[in-house]
Write a new protein. Sequence first.
Length: 369
Amino acid sequence: MMLQKKNIKPNIKSPVRFAAVMISLTVLLVFGLILNINTGSVDIGTKEVFSMIGKSVLCGIKNIFSGGKFNDELSQIVNSSTESQIIFSIRMPRMLLAAILGGALSVSGFLLQTFFRNPIAGPFVLGISSGAKMLVGITLIFLSGFIGYINPWMLVVAAFFGSLVITMVVVLFSGRVKNMSMLLVIGIMVGYICSAITDFCITFANDHDILNLTGWSMGTFSGADWESVVLSAAICIPAFFICWLISKPMEAYSLGEGYAKSMGISIKPFCVILILLSSILSATVTAIAGPVSFVGIAVPHITRTMLKSSKPYFVIPASFVMGAVFCVFCDLLARTVFAPTEMAISTVTSIFGAPIVIYIMVKRKKQEG
């Protein structure tokens, strides 16, 4: 009987802890979203915020079921005052974008950590974000001169190919380098090369493009609109659910290729899926918000610590929500600490994320020693 209790206990604890963590993170996320809407150069009361959002949601539901008969009423609510315009046109798209992209970047980091079996692997550190930034920069500078207008989908596609190319380069080196610390150094060097190419291309850009690219290349959620929110949601949310659906094979893969093969998993196709999903998620973030540092490494580590589990089935959804919380609060600090001057989002995420990465590396070194 005692043996049975010991075997059952961990199976009960994991789902309960997962539920507790998810509820806590969701409450924290809702609080962060409300705080983001309230706080800024124009302070808006919580009661007023809930009233405006409630009216717009109800009107939107009626509009959907009536076939668009309430379009004028909905437009009137959104544009009824300066405060409503600030909420619906500036703050709400920005906070939703921060939440979606923060979650996507965290899951992307977890996929890379699973693939390389290394807790310090991430899109920013391995130079993957820099590869996406390079192709997006080239697209913005040179292609916009020919066609005049760049569709956001084109930027995502350019970022995806940039991410994919650099990921493949890192994968090729990973087969030749046994020490993962050396692979990290290679990733950083590849990132520097991509950044140098981007800076070289910026030399040929006009003043307006230089100004936009400089702000974007440091990472920012400013300038967010509903089009970018819809675009990011359309890509990141389906990709997230696909990641969650393959969590069982991912768990088997994390235990070793031999074990994964014994469970009937085809290693090469599965690795391709991991790389493609990670590239899609990190590319979407880079195309829309620019490179955002350390989220992909720090957040999965925090999530695993909170859950006391490395099972992808639990870590993937918890990482998504934790990434959303992390980026929402970091963005709040970025735009309010030195207001009206706004910091780059990567500045804030680096302040909180870099110490976590240092801690992981020191801990890993002690374990190896």
